[in-house]
Design a protein around this ligand. Structure first.
Ligand SMILES: Cc1cc2nc3c(=O)[nH]c(=O)nc-3n(C[C@H](O)[C@H](O)[C@H](O)COP(=O)(O)OP(=O)(O)OC[C@H]3O[C@@H](n4cnc5c(N)ncnc54)[C@H](O)[C@@H]3O)c2cc1C
Length: 390
């Protein structure tokens, strides 16, 4: 029988695994085959092996929303959200790498000059060059306006100085999207890792998304050509920041739906077999209550993400608020249900024996990245008062 995700015997022999389509079934098969069985091992290793990064490239999953001209598949945002949900169901560290790569690829597609697009888009579409997103600094996280990294004019180009931290994929990425202060605004710069003056310090042993290869990156008198700047000179990076963070938030929201689904799958399987005092857990009302809440919230969170995706596809600016809401709802629900999933598994849930321990740790990260819960609530509440007298 033919499946959505087919691997021919020649491809199998060559270790290749092309996706025939990006529908949910095809991506699910890819994730179940190449990610789910290994996610706990990646978590323990603290890294994603190159072998999987290459498989993702072969499957065309790094940036499938890019146009076919540059090697993408022209995927719409609703479908991209489903892809990131499925990957997030398998492993939040892998999904995190996809998220930051997506943010960089999208920024180049949206704001890159023809030369920048020609130089980088085929590379990032193929996954030959992996991207990372460098905004946070030791002294500036939620307050992005507080960044102190500078890019000053230097002989027709730029001299970059500063430190970026918590950079997902920073240990592995070859191209960094770096936000820095210029004389007139905040600029977004494309900085290849190989540039002189760039140094990468791994950050390991995080609570969650432990395999996402975080790094602190220092830029010391890094000299860049004029065309390292994304968008015309003097153009405020506010647009780039808003656009890329919105997309990152969308991806994290989708990944959080994946975490809820993974919690539900794990709990349904476990409670169907585990007996306590001669009764299967599935027959206990308090356990059923937890499962029913997971079923309800995963559907609600998925619908919110799909709504945000539809608005993106329609070019409707309301997608920004829809994405805030989706990310807030999905990430808090993921953290709540991951806690309950550990509870349902008892002591085993606190051990490496079940993936719920990893889901629990990963879910906490979702409440902090791409706009913490507190910032999300401030933004959502502010929108509720828009147009009313102060
Ligand atoms: C695993 C992981 C991966 C990451 N990857 C990246 C990456 O790839 N690139 C990148 O640039 N950054 C990355 N980050 C950083 C992330 O974006 C920041 O952690 C986040 O923006 C919060 O900033 P902060 O940690 O400095 O916390 P702070 O900004 O110092 O906030 C501390 C606490 O105060 C709360 N707070 C802040 N302001 C307010 C307010 N006005 N009202 C109420 N409460 C408030 C926050 O919600 C938070 O709970 C990553 C972080 C993690 C944990």
């Amino acid at each position: 029988m033919s499946t959505a995700y087919e691997v021919t015997s020649e491809e199998e022999a060559a270790g290749r695994s092309h996706l025939r389509s990006f529908d949910r079934g095809a991506v699910r098969e890819f994730v179940d085959r190449h990610i789910v069985p290994f996610a706990d091992m990646y978590d323990r290793l603290g890294r994603i092996p190159d072998e999987l990064l290459d498989r993702i490239a072969e499957a065309g999953l790094w940036a499938p929303f890019l146009s076919a001209e540059v090697g993408g598949a022209g995927l719409d945002m609703v479908t991209l959200g489903r892809v990131h949900e499925e990957v997030g169901r398998g492993c939040s560290s892998v999904r995190s790498l996809l998220t930051v790569h997506t943010m960089l690829a999208w920024a180049v597609q949206r704001w890159g000059s023809p030369a920048q697009r020609e130089r980088w888009l085929p590379e990032v579409a193929a996954g030959r060059t992996l991207g990372a997103f460098c905004l946070s600094e030791p002294g500036a996280g939620s307050d992005a306006a507080g960044i102190v990294t500078t890019a000053v004019d230097h002989r027709g180009g730029w001299r970059l100085n500063g430190t970026k931290t918590w950079v997902t994929g920073g240990q592995r990425a070859e191209l960094f999207l770096v936000f820095a202060r210029t004389a007139t605004s905040i600029g977004a710069f494309l900085v290849p890792r190989s540039t002189s003056g760039v140094s990468v310090q791994p950050i390991d042993d995080m609570l969650g998304t432990r395999a996402s290869m975080l790094a602190e990156i220092t830029f010391r008198d890094v000299l860049l050509d004029a065309d390292a700047l994304l968008g015309p000179s003097g153009f405020t990076a506010g647009m780039v920041l808003t656009g890329t963070l919105d997309l990152g938030r969308y991806s994290v929201a989708a990944g959080s739906v994946g975490i809820i689904q993974a919690c539900l799958d794990a709990c349904a399987a476990y409670t169907a077999t585990r007996t306590v005092g001669g009764t299967q857990l599935r027959h206990l009302p308090l356990i059923q209550a937890k499962i029913s809440d997971m079923v309800t919230d995963v559907r609600a969170a998925r619908m919110l993400v799909e709504e945000a995706g539809r608005l993106k596809d329609a070019g409707d600016a309301d997608t920004i608020m829809a994405t805030w809401v989706a990310k807030y709802f999905a990430s808090t629900a993921a953290a709540r249900h991951a806690g309950e999933a550990v509870q349902v598994h008892g002591a085993g849930g606190c051990s490496p024996r079940h993936p719920v321990a990893r889901l629990y740790r990963d879910s906490k990260v979702m409440e902090i990245i791409e706009g913490s819960n507190e910032i999300q609530r401030l933004t959502i509440a502010a929108a509720a008062y828009q147009g009313r007298a102060a």
